[in-house]
Design a protein around this ligand. Sequence first.
Ligand code: NI
Length: 162
Amino acid sequence: MAILDICRLGDPILRQKAEHVPKVSQKIKDLLVDLADTMYAAPGVGLAAPQIGVRKRVIVIDVGEGLLELVNPVLVSQTGSETATEGCLSIPGIIGDVDRATEVVVRGLNNKGRKVEITASGFLARALQHELDHLEGVLFIDKATNIREAPKEENGSEKEEG
Ligand code: NI
């Protein structure tokens, strides 16, 4: 549908809590398409609705295993702990090391409004936690250690960002 501008650090919407979506309406389906188009164009591996200026609990993720579209995602369980480097499309050029659970279970609704449960580990689990944080107004720099400028080669692979 449309590639939209991604809100940058300093935009207050990135610090606001997103609203529960009462129904997966056509408007929400269109939002999911815009989110995916914008994420792929960036390119990134995840994007949350507040990052395109929409304060709703809607995220998309694609870590190379196919597009995941989630409405009202909720983290229902998490295990393990692992530190790895992250970036964010809303904070370009900056990376940091973030401790995240290694395995998570997330429940939500898909683009048809059906309940889905996703069990994820590794990079997908990390991406889910990063996008869920966006819905709470939390950014990776709030949790990261060793925040630094992304080296040139990592700048070139912005696929690691959500
Ligand atoms: Ni992000």
